[in-house]
Ligand binder design. Structure first.
Ligand code: SAH
Length: 338
């Protein structure tokens, strides 16, 4: 059994089953979730015998940091090795103008969605991450840096909504154990309609971001195979229902790629398509990667695109590019072990 990823009741159950007093669980819990220590030896208020028992019967954390790179802008990319030798990455970002520290984490090894512009897609799909493996990414980032993660985005490798139970389970642990508020958590999806409906039924209170990336079905289905299964118009109506049910605005993510989806016409069509959808727009300038033919848009097109959406009444942000020099930016996570 892994300790990191368990809640207090589960640790208590273990302690009692192993003849320990229940309050030892709270001590372990505090070391793990409040202090992020990464060895049992550091849990100095536990009797030696309890520490030995824990070492013998549990793993504190079973994933490990295989590699860490730091970008010029301070962004860090962590390569984690799982118990079975599989790799997944996470990114830690600080934005200059804010005190927040945002971690971008993975939910799958590889990804099955096959978006034509994304480096992760080129890895193919290996498996879902277990719930402990998702939670331990945040634990190890905090243990390694000594910093507290304040915001979590499920925008690393994989499609979070295909690992639904572990997504929801890990969000609960982040909220309850790591004290990260629901509103500081964002889940990004390529647009799986049944799962979005499930989130609506759960009255999901974190932010849902949609990788829309196109103003219509024709362009979307060319770059995102998922659009062949869940069509553009159906996705927009599903999102409208979602915002009505949850009372929460969604974020429309739109990666601008030169001559693919970055024209003035594309902007107008997008503004029209999402006019009645309660949403903010997050424009992402395409990050080039080795294996892909797509190019960055001209600066001028980005500004025009932003202006047109703003003029239609949307709040628009252009996502700051982070960590591109270490392949840590959006769509560059390809788990290259060195
Ligand atoms: N599978 C989920 C979570 C991944 S989030 C989803 O699709 O939303 C990663 C985000 O980066 C997605 O919006 C993805 O479409 C975007 N992205 C992929 N490749 C990119 C690239 N080369 N440049 C910029 N953004 C990219």
């Amino acid at each position: 059994m892994d300790i990191v990823g368990k809640n207090l009741a589960q640790i208590e159950e273990f302690m009692i089953a192993n003849g320990q007093s229940k309050f030892r669980a709270k001590q372990v819990y505090n070391w793990v979730y409040l202090k992020s220590v990464s060895t049992y030896n550091e849990m100095t208020d536990l009797p030696l015998q309890t520490r030995e028992l824990l070492k013998e019967k549990t793993n504190l954390c079973s994933i490990s940091i295989k590699d860490k790179q730091v970008s010029k802008d301070g962004t860090m990319k962590f390569l984690f090795e799982m118990k079975d030798g599989a790799f997944a990455e996470a990114v830690l970002m600080r934005f200059d103008n804010r005190a927040n520290l945002t971690a971008c984490i993975s939910t799958q090894v590889g990804c099955p969605m096959g978006c034509s512009f994304c480096a992760t897609a080129k890895l193919g799909f290996k498996r879902n991450l277990e719930i402990d493996e998702i939670i331990q990414q945040i634990f190890l980032i905090q243990a390694d840096t000594g910093l507290k993660v304040t915001n979590i985005v499920y925008m690393g490798q994989g499609e979070p909504l295909l690992n639904f139970d572990n997504l929801i389970g890990s969000i609960n642990i982040f909220r309850e154990q790591f004290q990260v508020g629901a509103r500081r958590i964002t889940v990004s999806t390529c647009g799986l309609i049944p799962q979005i409906n499930k989130l609506a039924d759960l009255d999901f209170q974190s932010t849902l971001a949609i990788s829309l990336h196109a103003p219509n079905q024709a362009i979307r289905s060319e770059i995102m195979p998922v659009a062949k299964k869940y069509a553009f118009d159906e996705l927009i109506s599903c999102l409208k229902k979602y915002t009505e049910k949850t009372g929460r605005r969604v974020t429309v993510e739109y990666v601008l790629m030169k001559d693919v989806n970055d024209s003035v016409e594309n902007a107008k069509e997008l503004a029209y398509a999402i006019a009645k959808l309660k949403s903010n727009v997050n424009l992402i300038v395409y990050n080039q990667n080795e294996k892909s033919p797509y190019k960055k848009p001209n600066k001028d097109n980005v500004l025009k695109f932003k202006y047109i959406l703003e003029a239609s009444g949307k709040k628009v942000t252009v996502r700051l590019e982070r960590g591109a020099d270490i392949d840590a930016a959006c769509g560059q996570l390809a788990s290259k072990a060195k």
